[in-house]
Design a protein around this ligand. Structure first.
Ligand code: BGC
Length: 254
């Protein structure tokens, strides 16, 4: 693939159930190839997951820079938490790990929700880049990105905020909806509760809500009663891949 073209980049989004990737055109934020997906290896430990990233890169015939999201806190390219992936990620030097598996190329690793935030700022709704914005992704967990006029405050991890006698992501992620077989009405009520809490603590102007379940935005967004503006993520669940692809070309390495 034409990896010498600086407008093209490769983004990989490591999730609790799947590792997804595509070549992205950074001029438009669109995929140049179809989205590739391989089930996340279980246990999802660093070497096994990095092998899957290599497989995706080979499938896409890509040989350029690679941006990678992880569902974890990333500081100085070291993963510091592991809620929905293998415990060995804690303390993993991601530059060392991915260079060992993917060879000599530019690599950037960042939190999945932060990547989605960067992508929505660049290619999504105007509201995503105006003022204080909280982006939330609903999937295996709840991811969060805090943005001010398009600038990111990384690693906010609001899914782990205590809620009732559990945490907000164990109460209202879309995985919980599936596990407990909640209707959209029942689940939206939980999402609304956690968004009220987040709203009270952070007073964003706008919530941008994403994750796979944003495909069915009309089934739950209208049920939310928060006072803030709520807009569905424009890039839906592609935002992680796009944000990862952007990060590596922009030299963003939290
Ligand atoms: C992780 C976050 C991640 C979110 C969404 C949480 O469990 O701690 O880092 O952004 O899930 O994947």
């Amino acid at each position: 693939m034409t990896e010498q073209n600086p407008n093209l980049s490769f983004g990989v989004d490591i999730g609790g159930s799947g590792v997804k990737a595509a070549i992205v055109d950074l001029k438009t934020g669109e995929f140049v190839t179809e989205r590739l997906k391989i089930a996340t290896p279980q246990p999802a430990e660093p070497d096994a997951v990095a092998e899957v990233v290599l497989q995706l890169m080979q499938e896409a015939a890509w040989d350029g820079p690679v941006g990678i999201t992880v569902p974890a806190v990333v500081k100085n390219q070291i993963t510091r938490s592991a809620a929905n992936i293998g415990g060995d990620w804690i303390g993993t030097d991601c530059q060392e790990l991915f260079h060992r598996h993917l060879g000599d190329r530019e690599i950037a690793v960042l939190n999945d929700a932060d990547a989605a935030g960067l992508a929505e700022v660049a290619y999504g709704d105007e509201a995503a880049r105006s003022g204080a914005v909280m982006l939330l992704t609903f999937g295996t967990g709840i991811g969060s990105a805090l943005l001010m006029d398009g600038n990111l405050y990384p690693n906010s991890e609001l899914g782990h905020l205590p809620f009732e006698d559990t945490t907000s992501e164990k109460w209202a992620s879309s995985a919980v909806k599936e596990k407990e077989d909640l209707s959209f009405k029942e689940w939206a009520k939980r999402v609304d509760q956690v968004m009220h809490l987040y709203g009270k603590l952070f007073s964003p102007q706008t919530f941008v809500v994403g994750g796979g379940i944003s495909r069915k935005a009309d089934k739950w967004i209208p049920r939310l009663t928060v006072e803030q503006k709520v807009v569905p993520a424009q890039l839906r669940n592609q935002a992680g891949i796009v944000g990862a692809a952007m990060a590596v070309r922009n030299g963003f390495r939290p």
